[in-house]
Design a protein around this ligand. Sequence first.
Ligand SMILES: NC(=O)C1=CN([C@@H]2O[C@H](COP(=O)(O)OP(=O)(O)OC[C@H]3O[C@@H](n4cnc5c(N)ncnc54)[C@H](OP(=O)(O)O)[C@@H]3O)[C@@H](O)[C@H]2O)C=CC1
Ligand SMILES: Nc1nc(=O)c2c([nH]1)NC[C@@H]1CN(c3ccc(C(=O)N[C@@H](CCC(=O)O)C(=O)O)cc3)C=[N+]21
Length: 284
Amino acid sequence: MSVQLLDGRVLGAEMKAELKEDVARYIQRYERAPGLVIVRVEGDAASNVYSKAILRISKELGVQARLELLPEQTTADELRTTLQGLNGDKDVHGVIVQMPLPAHLPQQIVADTLASAKDIDGINPLSAGRLFMGLPSFLPSTAASVMEILERSQTPLAGKHVVVLGRSNVVGKPLAMLLLQKNATVTICHSRTVNLPSLTRQADILVVAVGRAKMVTAEMVRPGATVIDVGTNAVPEGGIVGDVDFASVQEVAGALTPVPGGVGPLTNILLLRQCIQAAWQQHE
Ligand SMILES: NC(=O)C1=CN([C@@H]2O[C@H](COP(=O)(O)OP(=O)(O)OC[C@H]3O[C@@H](n4cnc5c(N)ncnc54)[C@H](OP(=O)(O)O)[C@@H]3O)[C@@H](O)[C@H]2O)C=CC1
Ligand SMILES: Nc1nc(=O)c2c([nH]1)NC[C@@H]1CN(c3ccc(C(=O)N[C@@H](CCC(=O)O)C(=O)O)cc3)C=[N+]21
């Protein structure tokens, strides 16, 4: 049996076509484009690549996006003032603040300041609380991307045992909530989990978001399982590898996302989808 490759670029192209139409309808109705601002505080080189990708996709879709680049020495007050300005700007419907922020700027500032109506990456506690309660909310785009891959590949979730490896606020935790809503039986594992392989081997669906290159090997995967690899680990040779050892796991898994070309490309598109949704909602 050969593994089914869950190709994020193919699924992404499908979604982009849908979103382009939605943006066109929005522009026709309101005679302006949905507006997105990426706030980036200088210091983390990798997130430059990420900002550029968001700008490129925005352009493709017809969303008006710009980068608000702040110097590394930006103070907490200055960041707050920037966000308050964006909260009050009618042309801006969605804001994403690139993580990580420099060490002197607590992430809390963003959560506490950014208007929840514009919180298109679902990081503020209101969004998280609504997700927890099963109410409609903006989702952290990576968690949304994983759900979209499962949905578009018609992977059944009800009654299935899903093991989520990682419990961060941006991936593992929100994902567990979303899977629960779809009636999966969810196990969340982390660095203190005892006998990890015995748990991961029970998974019908294994989602890995740890940040350790190739840590999930074939012995940890039940034959035929669906494996979703969220990891993006930079390698010295250049490029990125996932948290899953693709070469060995493809021999046992039933379906598998590659890295690059899996969860990553969809993440940015999901962010754009939530921005377009925010724009519609700000007219309701
Ligand atoms: N494609 C995309 O769109 C995105 C990809 N990513 C990638 O996903 C990965 C995870 O990101 P993120 O959730 O932000 O990472 P975090 O570092 O915030 O969380 C990592 C999680 O993995 C757990 N963990 C670490 N080591 C082990 C181990 N040896 N065994 C079991 N669990 C372990 C940690 O456990 P504990 O809580 O106990 O410390 C923690 O819960 C990274 O590679 C990141 O680059 C992230 C965001 C977007
Ligand atoms: N507020 C915030 N929200 C985030 O969701 C967020 C963030 N900050 N900071 C950085 C991380 C990282 N992240 C990625 C998004 C897309 C790809 C992506 O498109 N990857 C492609 C190409 C990667 C390449 O080739 O370098 C792929 O996997 O195929 C990767 C990583 C979102 N993050």
